[in-house]
Design a protein around this ligand. Structure first.
Ligand code: ARG
Length: 459
């Protein structure tokens, strides 16, 4: 491959550490797309004769067919996907293949291939995140009025609705999708033609190759073009944040499906049994989504560490961008799919959710608000009165709504039996009508709004 300069081949271990073909073969479609764009431009610019262009184009398509058919033989001594494709091209079309590499280098080639791969993958992830939003919004609409306990510190805080809880994740996913799209917009410049690092003396048309590969424009600085992988870092950081969102929801599914909570039931399709304990229904898929965030975050920190301190322009270190990026984005895709499947098979248990919502004095804030609204108490005083009433109810082992009026009046004589209306969890959620609040009418409108928006995107 290196021509005359080398008398002997690489040491066995050199070949092993150097080769990337084992993992960059997945860039074959992008590599061939890039080469087709490059050779067409070389022809139009008069750099290559038309007959060579025709031969190379036909040969590249044959290589593409062989790779798709699985008959292509990847060989480690050819190091990477770029040299593997070119070497096979030479076998197919002869010496004309040697002209394909005019006015380019593997450095701009690999930067282009990676951008194309990350761009395709971000588009796919965006679609999958939209599908998960759809599943969540549908379930949220069904359960817009299903009361459940809302938690802070995992302690009963105030009642909310199940639909409201699910829509929180729809919002997170919307921001995740925004990050995927931002990353895509910034990466969409074409490095092809930057060549090794300095550009080229051939009269190439970088605007033409950029346009034919769907990029917005060519990158403006040849050194930057081949030296940065910030586009992969951005995609990975967007992926890491999304994975963290999914891991939180996964954790909730794990907790909610436990016998102690029993908030939801997960289908047989998304649970496993135990080989020894017959009663078990383990939420393995949720646990794995929770765990896989680790490797996605790991890929981000791994690549940050590879890149830090690298002098311009290309260094072989940058070959280490691939496995982590491929693995992390593919893992996120798997997690999104598993989550969408689980959400579609998730059945909340309204009776259990209601009982849980009623326990833990979750309507104490409603009582305090009532004292402010109806009796004109300053909120801090109302908070104290309510705290004493909760203490009283708790020592009797009953809920606030079961506390006799006389006991309440002993704390605050102006309390009337009208107070009992706000102590029920249904009334509590119904009263939370502030924008973004958990009132079932709000939740219904939000869920419908999301479903309409998602349908509009799909159209
Ligand atoms: N396999 C290499 C990579 O992934 C391609 C670029 C090689 N360039 C070079 N100058 N050795 O980074």
């Amino acid at each position: 491959m290196w021509g005359g300069r080398f008398a002997s081949g690489p040491a066995e271990i050199m070949e092993e550490i150097n080769a990337s073909i084992g993992f960059d073969k997945r860039l074959a479609p992008q590599d061939i797309r890039g080469s087709l764009a490059h050779v067409a431009m070389l022809g139009k610019a008069g750099i290559l004769p038309a007959e060579d262009v025709a031969k190379i184009e036909a040969g590249l398509k044959t290589v593409r067919d062989e790779i798709e058919a699985g008959s292509f033989e990847f060989r480690r001594e050819l190091e990477d996907i770029h040299m593997s494709v070119e070497s096979r091209l030479r076998e197919i079309v002869g010496p004309a293949a040697g002209r394909l590499h005019t006015a380019r280098s593997r450095n701009d080639q690999v930067a282009t291939d990676m951008r194309l791969w990350v761009r395709d993958t971000l588009d796919a992830l965006d679609g999958q995140a939209a599908d998960l939003q759809q599943a969540l919004a549908e379930l949220a609409l069904t359960h817009a009025g299903t009361v459940m306990p809302g938690f802070t510190h995992l302690q009963s805080a105030q009642p909310v609705t199940f639909g409201h809880h699910l829509l929180a994740y729809v919002e997170m996913l919307a921001r995740d999708r925004g990050r995927f799209r931002d990353a895509r917009a910034r990466l969409n410049e074409c490095p092809l033609g930057a060549a090794a690092l300095a550009g080229t003396s051939f009269p190439i048309d970088r605007h033409a190759t950029a346009a034919s590969l769907g990029f917005d424009r060519p990158t403006a600085n040849s050194l930057d073009s081949v030296a940065d992988r910030d586009f992969a870092l951005e995609a990975l950081s967007a992926a890491a944040i999304a994975a963290v969102h999914l891991s939180r929801f996964a954790e909730e599914i794990v907790v909610w499906t436990s016998a102690q909570f029993g908030f939801v039931r997960l289908s047989d399709r998304f649970t496993t049994g135990s080989s020894i304990m017959p009663q078990k229904r383990n939420p393995d898929a949720a646990e794995l989504v929770r765990a896989k965030s680790g490797r996605i975050i790991g890929a981000l920190s791994g690549l940050l560490i590879v890149m830090k301190g690298l002098p311009l322009a290309y260094s072989k270190d940058m070959q280490e961008d691939k496995e982590g990026t491929f693995d992390a984005l593919q893992t996120l895709s798997l997690c999104l799919a598993a989550m969408a499947g689980m959400v579609r098979d998730l059945e909340p248990v309204p009776e259990v959710l209601k009982v849980a919502a009623c326990s833990g004095y979750a309507t104490a804030t409603d009582l305090a608000d009532w004292l402010v609204r109806e009796l004109g108490l300053p909120f801090r005083d109302a908070h104290h009165v309510t705290g004493r009433l909760v203490g009283e109810a708790s020592s009797r082992g009953i809920g606030l709504e079961a506390l006799p009026l006389a006991v309440m009046q002993a704390e605050e004589p102006r309390i009337t039996d009208a107070v009992f209306a706000v102590l029920g969890v249904e009334n509590s959620v119904r009263s939370r009508t502030s924008y973004g609040g958990t009132a079932p009418d709000n939740v219904r409108a939000q869920a419908e709004g999301w479903l309409k928006r998602l349908a509009g995107e799909a159209a």
